[in-house]
Design a protein around this ligand. Structure first.
Ligand code: C2E
Ligand code: MG
Ligand code: MG
Ligand code: MG
Length: 292
């Protein structure tokens, strides 16, 4: 009716928002084309235990090898896809590719657990569990426990009961979960209590200034202590210096990812990196003096 026409007029005929919508449409079409042309690649960032020096796994991180613009980071192309079903197709591609890589590594004697970032829209799809099960069926030699799904609190904003249900279905198959960017959402503690994730990943924004900012240190210490009370594992993201790692070890956080351990690595080089990794001697020394 007239009321609706009035409300929408601004959006429909404002040339600025029209132009923005047009550009979004074009960007979305570009990402869709990239998927069809197989221009996406996965890089893998190792996760280690700083106390024992063991490699625990790696996280898959998507990249777009753009024919003109070079290697693009997710922030440059995922946001436009996140409000569309294209993110579901991309997520499906990531799942399949990770399983393909895992199969290849396994043939070469490497068994490893891989973390996969799952967009909220993907996780909340009615057929998410069924499709994940189908992908695992296509790779019968791989146990479901080789996958750890990293989810964001924003997935649960819509319907925490639904997220709980999906998690339980996946966990029955053997897949595990991590709460990514933990501590940055509006209701981290609600989600910690309500969702059965095995792992908390402390957001890198709290790690960055951990040596200078007593408030960040207090937050990190709080998350580590909570993880213990809730019997969850805890991982520090964005560890960039040996000193940050030492501080985390003193707080009894042993698992870490970050540039001072490894930057994200092309799939073809991950096995070599693992074979050649030298644990940091200062971390091992401090770790030897700590009872775990
Ligand atoms: P995330 O899952 O929290 O991943 C960690 C991000 O921090 C990665 O950025 C990684 O390269 C970066 N990082 C790791 N260590 C350090 C460090 O020591 N210092 C700093 N400054 N950064 C570090 P990346 O690869 O650009 O990914 C950004 C975000 O994009 C990810 O955050 C994740 O939310 C999303 N993402 C990446 N790959 C995928 C994917 O396959 N699917 C979906 N849905 N999202 C993805
Ligand atoms: Mg992640
Ligand atoms: Mg994160
Ligand atoms: Mg993040």
């Amino acid at each position: 009716g007239a009321k609706h026409a009035g409300k929408n007029r601004h959006n429909l005929f404002d040339p600025a928002s029209d132009k923005a919508a047009h550009e979004r449409g074009r960007a979305l079409a570009d990402v869709e084309r990239a998927l069809r042309n197989q221009e996406f690649e996965l890089f893998f960032q190792p996760k280690v235990n700083m106390r024992t020096g063991k490699v625990l796994g790696a996280e898959a991180l998507i990249r777009w090898r753009h024919p003109q613009r070079g290697l693009l980071l997710p922030q440059e192309f995922l946001p436009v896809a996140e409000n569309s079903d294209l993110i579901v197709e991309i997520g499906d591609w990531v799942l399949r590719s990770v399983l393909d890589h895992l199969e290849e590594w396994r043939r070469n004697g490497l068994t490893i657990k891989i973390g996969i970032n799952i967009a909220p829209r993907h996780l909340l799809r009615e057929d998410f569990t069924r499709r994940l099960a189908a992908h695992l069926n296509d790779h019968p030699d791989l146990p479901a426990s080789c996958l750890e799904l990293e989810i964001l609190e924003t997935a649960a904003l819509a319907d925490i009961g639904r997220v709980y249900q999906v998690m339980r279905e996946c966990q029955k198959m053997g897949v595990t979960f991590a709460l990514d960017d933990f501590g940055t959402g509006y209701s981290s503690l609600t989600y910690l209590k309500a969702l059965p994730a095995e792992v908390l990943k402390i957001d890198q924004s709290f790690i960055r200034d951990i040596l200078r900012d007593p408030e960040d240190l207090a937050i990190v210490e709080g998350i580590i202590n909570l993880s213990g009370s809730f019997r969850r594992q805890v991982v520090a993201e964005g560890v960039e210096s040996v000193e940050q790692g030492l501080q985390l070890l003193k707080l009894r956080c042993e698992q870490a990812q970050g540039f001072c351990i490894a930057r994200p690595i092309p799939a073809a080089r991950l096995a070599d990196w693992i074979a050649n990794w030298q644990p940091n001697p200062q971390w091992l020394d401090l770790g030897n003096g700590l009872t775990s």
